[in-house]
Design a protein around this ligand. Structure first.
Ligand code: ADP
Length: 451
């Protein structure tokens, strides 16, 4: 395995009708850069990313980056990797109302089979896997000695207040959870190496919380989360519709809650090759596709007024920031470590910390070099140790452990608003995304030739 950086993209949503009439915009984008302008001081800061999608114009206009544009780029990249047997992940980060759900699922967090153009990444990625299975099943005629089998399993979980809930079939999740409770004493997760859940009996809106466990090979997972085998996009769609209704049960302000929770859609894709003469599997590839719609990032702001009441909700995003900084530190050359600070949520602090913002946009080249030269003069060696990555400090980061610095091909999509009144949030989102570019993953094909 060789390391490769995670892909980081930015998408800017359209102006809302209420924001229109303000001619100024706080961000200008090219295919690979986002230039952010402070509406007061007019100071500019340019960021460079793997790709930038400007969807701020007229949805039917020339320059509008469509759902298809984003799929052709990041979605197709993910599908290629998944079909080859790599674990893959896309996570959407940004303030509430910046277009995370639109990008991941579609308008209003649903997908309407009549409006395929509006489909976000999740339906398109699922569809691509079914298309592949269909094309392979047809082509199998040319391989008379091998029978290929495919399976697609999906699950959909919600993380809210550091607890995990099943979004697909709450009833099944409830039963599974009840069953696991009776076997919990002495289970491997109660030891020091395991993840301890302290409030297992908690429920919210009548839904049971699920426990986290760790599999020695495949890593952390949510115990009792419904895994449903599906054979078509329509099946996933109807499952998701049920999930959406589970999410609203008993919740008065759905948006309020969904903006505070993380939604994790997982597809497990298994490809098996069976020797037809002997009837035994000769190869098996299994990969996990994780598609994550994170909570609104404004909640993670330690300076925000809601900090006290949302301490728990913020934990996932706060820890995610710390995980990203630790991974970036660990991946940076020794001399560079000192100069890289942790992700700060405050744009102003970030600006003070380093005035090389525009330079650092050419990733890993000039700023790295100048940094090493300077730091080497002062380096006392104390920074050369790897920082401990605090995965276990939140449910979110623990579950995404393999996707962040581990065995997966990962992309982050930072969703931003073009409106000047969101300048501070946009700055902090772009800084967060900029830091995430330093994460190096070690992906390998998950195959088992002796299956
Ligand atoms: P978030 O999930 O970040 O809270 P949403 O995805 O709900 O944000 O987007 C907020 C609103 O903006 C929704 O009404 C959504 O349909 C609209 N929107 C977001 N991104 C786009 C886009 N690229 N094109 C058109 N409308 C968008």
């Amino acid at each position: 395995t060789s390391g490769s950086n995670i892909r980081v993209a930015v998408r800017c949503r359209p102006f809302f009708p209420s924001e229109q009439g303000q001619h100024a915009r706080s961000v200008h984008m090219t295919k690979t850069s986002a230039n952010l302008i402070n509406p007061v001081t007019k100071q500019q800061r340019k960021f460079t990313f793997d790709s930038c999608y400007d969807s701020s114009g007229d949805i039917d206009g020339e320059g509008y980056a469509s759902q298809q544009d984003i799929y052709s780029d990041i979605g197709v990249w993910l599908v290629d990797n998944s079909l080859r047997g790599y674990n893959t992940c896309i996570f959407a980060y940004g303030q509430t109302g910046s277009g995370k759900t639109y990008t991941m699922l579609g308008p209003d967090g649903t997908w309407d089979s009549k409006h395929e153009d509006a489909h976000g990444l999740i339906p398109r990625i699922c569809a691509a896997h079914f298309d592949y299975i269909q094309s392979k099943t047809k082509r199998n005629i040319t391989e008379p000695t091998i029978e290929r089998k495919y399976s697609v399993m999906v699950s959909f979980a919600e993380l809210y207040m550091e607890q995990a809930y099943d979004l697909l079939t709450p009833e099944a999740a409830k039963r599974a959870n009840a069953g696991s409770a009776s076997t919990s004493p002495g289970d491997p997760t109660s030891g020091a190496a395991g993840w301890r859940r302290t409030a297992q009996s908690n429920s919210y809106n009548g839904r049971e919380t699920l426990r986290l466990r760790e599999h020695p090979l495949s890593g952390p997972f949510i115990e009792g989360l419904t895994q449903t085998e599906v054979s078509s996009l329509e099946e996933i769609q109807s499952l998701m519709e049920r999930g959406a209704s589970a999410r609203t049960t008993g919740v008065t302000k759905m948006n309020e809650q969904s903006s505070r929770s993380h939604a994790i859609f997982t597809m497990t894709f298994t490809q098996t090759a069976i020797a037809t003469d002997r009837g035994v599997p000769i190869e098996k590839k299994e990969c996990k596709v994780s598609l994550v719609d994170l909570a609104g990032s404004e909640r993670a702001d330690p300076g925000g007024s809601r900090i006290r009441e949302t301490a728990n909700i913020n934990k996932g995003l706060l820890t995610l920031g710390r995980v990203i900084s630790a991974l970036t530190q660990n991946a940076a050359p020794a001399g560079e470590k000192r100069r890289r600070g942790s992700v700060s949520r405050r744009g102003s602090e970030i600006r003070n910390r380093s005035n090389s913002g525009s330079k650092s946009s050419s990733r890993g080249t000039s700023p790295m070099k100048s940094g090493s030269t300077r730091a080497s003069l002062f380096d006392d060696g104390s920074n050369s140790k790897s920082e401990v990555v605090p995965y276990r400090e939140s449910v979110l980061t623990w579950l995404l452990k393999e996707s962040l610095g581990g065995n997966a091909k990962t992309a982050m999509i930072a969703a931003i608003s073009p409106a000047p009144q969101h300048f501070e949030e946009t700055m902090s989102t772009l800084c967060y995304a900029d830091q995430a570019r330093g994460i190096v993953n070690q992906a390998k094909v998950n195959d088992d030739p002796a299956a």
